[in-house]
Design a protein around this ligand. Structure first.
Ligand code: PRX
Length: 666
């Protein structure tokens, strides 16, 4: 009886999945016009903006810049000598003033700026006035710790309000914040601190994740054993009794103690438009992460414009961008963008499936979220967990939903639109990068006809192209995605490495920014992103360089060589498969594969854990000794092998294929 019911249910589920797929197939070709009701109220509903901005991009951006508060207006919109851009030349302003002071002088003073919920369910709401006072006080704390304009401050925190407060306090006094994702390991933190030569570290006793405690201070202590630039550590008490910490006298200070007598006013530093606001480390094609540099005015203009038009934010909205503050999405769309707009931003500390798989929807319902922004990898998980978790909650306040971080397949897009958005919310699939600072390719929800799987068109004022290897525009088929004009929020360099900046982004097509992404254009000019074309993986929306994982593996005493490739993964989009050879004399043992995975976690963080580690006798190489990753990818995905004519020893591949098939659990 039970078996028959089970079979019946499975049949029904299969049929439903089939329907979804069919719907998706036709949806890919279909277009979803903005609902009339949405169009009527949209912040941007004039289709002529595209033409106007294309004709006079500088005028377009200058219009946005006028919405900010300046202590000295700029005298020129742009100075451009590829690859060096200076936006809003000669202007002076302060990011924290634009996110806070400007609003506390208006009726927004008592409006919720930041609503926060911790994983255990504790809650805090900061009005603009509250946040303003906290930021001022912490800015004074930083000053007392001898932090000066231009000094680097590392922030290694869970998703708690203090993360946003610390960022804005740095901005207030002109210190450069460098946020390190709380899921990164001690070693990854240390490398980033050392590269930035940070003077102060702000961390917490711990953070909650799936009911467990992340011992951040303990990891920080490990990192600080070899990070001599750090003079002071500020510790937020998140867990109290649960998280015992070691305090190093003279170096370590509790946040709440320092805040006790800190005055609630701190004169904001008048920052030059081109003064650095922050650096943020991201993965590239070498083993060493790069500190992407963002400056003040252009970045603020870019996040302000895109938050207003892409997310259509109004004073009544509650905006939830689910990204961690450790990534650029958290910087631009949990903190600077919404606060520059005077909006209400929601922040949540924990996992989407804790204590149950409806946590996100419970949060949306409880806080009345109206605009929701997440990553395809999360949407795929929601889809797998089933619509019942969503249907249990009243999501009728949602009016716009978005995605970022990786290509979204049409089937998932359609599910998101229908199940989360109730069929009535436009979906904004937004393409951008840590380097671009803000969204560049995206629908405008009141204007653009949506096509599932396409990020549609460049934001007004942005010039993107798909080109072939010679830099010529591609009319049909795929090519390289490039940006042919500067934009306000573009990175201004890589911290301490100007040569790498030029080589990485500007050398392939001189004078043109190379994104590292493949793309194709539809007949309507729409952009379809095809993923990275370099040795960068996108695992669950997180960028990880193959070289980083390889150097972590080679660091293990038993490993001689390692080659890492990306393989398709049902939930994460892409997962890591690592092929490893051992040193002479090193003996493989039963759980060596697991040990190697752990080793990568220790060196980088859990996001870089390989899905599979394959121990091989040899790796496929060209006659000149270069590892042929392309063939490893074929082995790992079970595809027919590509051209093997340059391979030095074809027998290596046969052995690898056999090894891969033999141990699927590795
Ligand atoms: O490959 C593109 C992918 O994510 C890369 C940027 O990663 P990161 O700097 O970590 O920033 C992620 C959040 C902005 C891009 O080079 N990517 C980002 N958004 C999309 C995307 N791929 C397809 N569609 C998107 N909407």
């Amino acid at each position: 009886m039970a078996r028959a019911r089970k079979q019946q249910a499975a049949k029904k589920a299969r049929a439903a999945r089939g329907e979804e797929r069919l719907a998706a197939l036709s949806a890919e070709k279909r277009s979803f016009k903005p609902p009339a009701e949405f169009r009527r109220q949209a912040n941007c509903r004039d289709p002529k903006v595209y033409r106007r901005a294309a004709r006079h991009p500088e005028k377009f951006w200058a219009g946005w810049a006028r919405q900010l508060e300046w202590s000295k207006p700029s005298r020129k919109v742009l100075e451009w000598k590829a690859p060096d851009a200076r936006w809003f030349v000669g202007g002076k302003l302060n990011a924290s003033v634009n996110c806070l002071d400007r609003h506390v002088r208006t009726a927004r003073r008592n409006k919720a700026a930041l609503i926060w919920e911790g994983e255990p369910g504790d809650r805090r709401t900061y009005t603009y006035w509250d946040l303003y006072r906290e930021v001022n006080r912490f800015a004074n704390v930083l000053k007392r710790l001898h932090v000066r304009k231009g000094d680097r401050v590392a922030i290694y925190l869970p998703m708690i309000p203090e993360a946003a407060i610390a960022m804005l306090a740095c901005a207030r006094i002109g210190a450069i914040h460098s946020v390190v994702f709380g899921g990164f390991s001690a070693e990854a933190l240390r490398d980033r601190i050392n590269d930035a030569q940070a003077k102060v570290l702000i961390t917490a006793d711990g953070g909650y994740r799936r009911g467990a405690v992340l011992p951040l201070k303990q990891w920080a202590d490990e990192a600080l054993q070899r990070a001599p630039s750090i003079e002071k550590v500020v510790i937020v008490k998140r867990g109290g009794q649960d998280f015992p910490v070691h305090i190093k006298e003279g170096r370590d200070h509790w946040w709440h103690r320092l805040m006790q007598d800190a005055p609630a006013w701190c004169e904001p530093a008048a920052m030059d438009s081109e003064d650095i606001l922050y650096t943020l480390y991201t993965s590239g094609t070498t083993g060493k992460p790069k500190g992407v540099v963002h400056t003040t005015a252009g970045y603020l203009v870019g996040v302000l414009a895109t938050t207003r038009w892409v997310f259509d934010l109004k004073d009544e909205d509650v905006f939830w961008c689910t990204a961690d503050i450790g990534w650029v999405t958290g910087h631009s769309y949990s903190v600077y963008g919404p606060l520059a707009c005077g909006a209400t931003t929601l922040m949540y500390e924990g996992a989407p499936d804790w204590p149950a798989r409806d946590r996100f929807w419970e949060l949306c319902e409880r806080h009345g979220v109206t605009v929701f922004y997440t990553a395809p990898t999360a949407i795929r998980a929601f889809m797998k967990w089933g619509a019942e978790h969503i249907r249990r909650h009243d999501l009728s306040r949602l009016r716009l939903i978005g995605t970022v971080g990786e290509p979204i397949n049409p089937e998932v897009w359609v599910w998101y639109h229908r199940t989360v958005g109730g069929g009535r919310c436009p979906v904004v699939d937004t393409w951008w990068q840590t380097e671009t600072g803000h969204i560049l390719i995206t629908p405008l929800p009141g204007l653009t006809a949506l096509r599932p799987g396409s990020a549609t068109l460049p934001f007004p004022g942005i010039s993107a192209e798909v080109v072939d290897g010679f830099g010529e525009p591609v009319k049909k088929g795929g090519g390289y995605l490039v940006l042919t004009r500067p934009w306000p929020g573009m990175l201004r360099g890589i911290w301490g490495d100007p040569a790498r900046y030029r080589k990485q982004y500007w050398a392939r097509f001189p004078g043109i920014y190379f994104t590292g992404d493949g793309a194709k254009r539809g007949p309507d000019g729409y952009f379809w992103l095809l993923g990275r074309v370099d040795d960068v993986l996108n695992v669950g929306g997180h960028r990880i360089g193959t070289a980083e994982v390889e150097s972590a593996l080679v660091h293990h005493p038993a490993v001689a060589e390692a080659a890492v490739v990306g393989v398709p993964h049902e939930l994460k989009g892409e997962a890591i498969a690592a092929f490893v050879t051992l040193k002479d004399g090193a003996r493989p043992y039963g759980h060596l594969g697991e040990d190697l995975k752990e080793h990568v976690v220790k060196r980088i963080g859990a996001i870089a854990r390989p899905e599979r580690v394959i121990l091989a006798a040899d790796l496929p190489k060209t006659r000149s000794g270069k590892i042929m990753r392309r063939l490893l990818r074929d082995v790992a995905t079970g595809r027919a092998l590509g051209d093997v004519s340059t391979l030095a020893d074809p027998s290596v591949l046969e052995a690898l294929k056999a090894r891969y098939a033999e141990d699927p659990s590795a």
